[in-house]
Design a binder for this molecule. Structure first.
Ligand code: TRP
Length: 491
């Protein structure tokens, strides 16, 4: 039976699934390294602005779309106007691009979890990450040597993702009842440990004390906006698909607010965990916390394990941390897989859901092999950069324009208010029509300007083409689909 006709057993099950998708590696790994890179609290202000300005209105939009049309994102946009189906397709393509590398990061977490009981990285954290786990060939941008332990870890992850969703909504509800609360409980345990460490509070101050010195740095705003889109799983169609299984009487606004705020609360707690522990490490090593925090994507896999190794019981703390990362990531990964599978079920009704699920799992698993090679980290880095800064931001921009200018937004607002306790005012319409598009256009222009003036991370153009090519291809395919593909009606 297709997932489509099922209904969530309760509001709790729906919120858990939405949160399961939203709360993921983005909240711990991505959020903390971006916050560190952009000066801790200096990042927090743009992040909160992005949350209110963009995340809240767009989440309401996506939930409403799914709830009203009871279908996946392509068909939902197509119901507004046939030409808009490409906007929905962009979301599906983003899932298809992100899932393979997301699965590989889950694979890293699994390997770290496996090693955490004897923490072999102590004293050589950086080497352990780059050589033992990644088998990275430094400076070799097209080295396709295989890394068998990582491939095995990633293969296990794919099997788990497949099993999680192969049983439909009932299975998903069961899995998320563990994978949503467990990491949050672990984060609280780590938080208590962090803030009770000597100088742990210095890290907390670094993270929370208001600082506006970077307010004119556009890079901070760009990172904050693309982070909000990534972390709340906006633009992918996942939230639309999940909301399509809601019962008729569902409070869209309340559900959106709960999802958005809990998701960001988890990011902020994770930030507090990371920075309090770094505060202790800075004190122990006699270095400024800034230098530790600015370590980039290696923060969760190099600097943080190193910090944990300075605390009593490092094995237990490392085990808890990587278990937290793993459980956070699993439900996000299978939500991505489910989004893809649901789109295929819609598009190819002749085939059974189970065969389409196997097909999408296998195709994505094969693609993920690229990210396990000797140059895997470079590919991952460029694809993540271009996809989150252009494809995701571009998709959400198009969604806002489609919804704000082509759909009858005021009529949608009445629809949402008719089923929600909390009523939304005309500010919602105004945001979708003006504020969000304007903010996103400025961001996109700035991203283009800065990527043209300095190549990302000074990578060679041949490597940058991988990320640019993938994004460009997604936009071209969607454009073609919107304007040149024949009209199809599955409803
Ligand atoms: N939000 C997830 C995270 O923070 C990642 C993600 C982005 C995602 N888009 C998604 C997960 C779509 C599920 C579905 O890690």
């Amino acid at each position: 039976m297709s997932l489509q006709r099922e209904v969530w057993p309760s509001r709790f099950a729906f919120i858990s699934a939405a949160l399961g998708s939203a709360i993921g590696l983005g909240n711990v790994w991505r959020f903390s390294y971006l916050a560190g890179k952009y000066g801790g609290s200096a990042f927090l202000f743009p992040y909160l602005i992005a949350l209110l300005l963009l995340c809240v209105p767009v989440m309401i939009l996506e939930f409403a779309l799914g709830h009203r049309f009871k279908t996946t994102v392509i068909q939902a946009f197509q119901n507004i106007s046939d030409r808009l189906k490409g906007v929905g397709l962009l979301g599906n393509l983003s899932s298809f691009i992100i899932l393979p590398y997301y699965a590989v990061i889950v694979g890293w977490c699994l390997l770290y979890l496996y090693h955490s009981l004897n923490t072999p990285w102590v004293g050589q954290e950086s080497d352990f990450f780059y050589s033992t786990i990644l088998n990275l060939s430094p400076g070799a941008f097209f080295d396709f040597s295989l890394n068998i332990p990582l491939i095995i870890a990633v293969a296990i992850c794919w099997i788990v993702f497949y099993l999680c969703i192969s049983r439909g909504i009932a299975g998903v509800s069961k899995v998320v009842s563990i994978t949503v609360p467990l990491p949050i409980i672990i984060l609280f345990i780590l938080l208590v440990r962090g803030v009770t460490l000597p100088h742990g509070m210095d890290g907390i101050t670094y993270f929370f004390k208001p600082r506006f010195d970077l307010i004119w740095d556009f890079n901070v705003w760009r990172a904050a906006f693309s982070q909000i889109v990534f972390t709340a799983s906006l633009g992918f169609g996942t939230m639309v698909a999940f909301a399509s299984y809601l019962p008729k009487k569902s409070d869209i606004v309340k559900n959106s607010l709960i999802t958005v705020f809990l998701n960001s609360a988890v990011s902020i707690i994770a930030g507090a965990v990371v920075f309090s522990t770094l505060g202790y490490m800075a004190f122990k090593q006699g270095v400024p916390i800034d230098t530790l925090a600015k370590s980039g994507p290696g923060l969760a896999f190099i600097v943080f394990p190193k910090a944990l190794s300075l605390i009593p019981y490092p094995h237990i703390l490392s085990f808890l941390f990587f278990l937290c990362l793993l459980t956070l990531a699993v439900d996000s990964a299978f939500a991505l897989l489910e989004t893809l599978c649901a789109a295929l079920v819609d598009r190819f009704p002749r085939y059974s859901r189970s065969s389409l699920l196997i097909f999408s799992t296998v195709v994505c698993a094969v693609i993920s092999l690229i990210y396990t090679t000797g140059s895997g980290l470079y590919f991952l880095d460029v694809v993540d950069h271009f996809v989150s800064d252009y494809l995701l931001v571009g998709t959400v921009l198009l969604q806002c324009i489609a919804f704000g200018w082509i759909a009858n937004t005021e009529e949608w607002r009445r629809y949402i208010n008719s089923i929600s306790d909390i009523r939304i005012g005309s500010i919602w319409t105004f945001s979708l029509r003006f504020i969000c598009p304007l903010a996103l256009i400025i961001l996109l222009s700035f991203s283009l300007y800065s990527d043209f003036s300095t190549p990302y991370e000074d990578y060679p153009q041949s490597l940058l083409w991988v990320g640019q090519g993938v994004c460009l291809l997604a936009f071209i395919v969607s454009f073609y689909y919107s304007f040149f593909s024949s009209k199809r009606n599955t409803q």
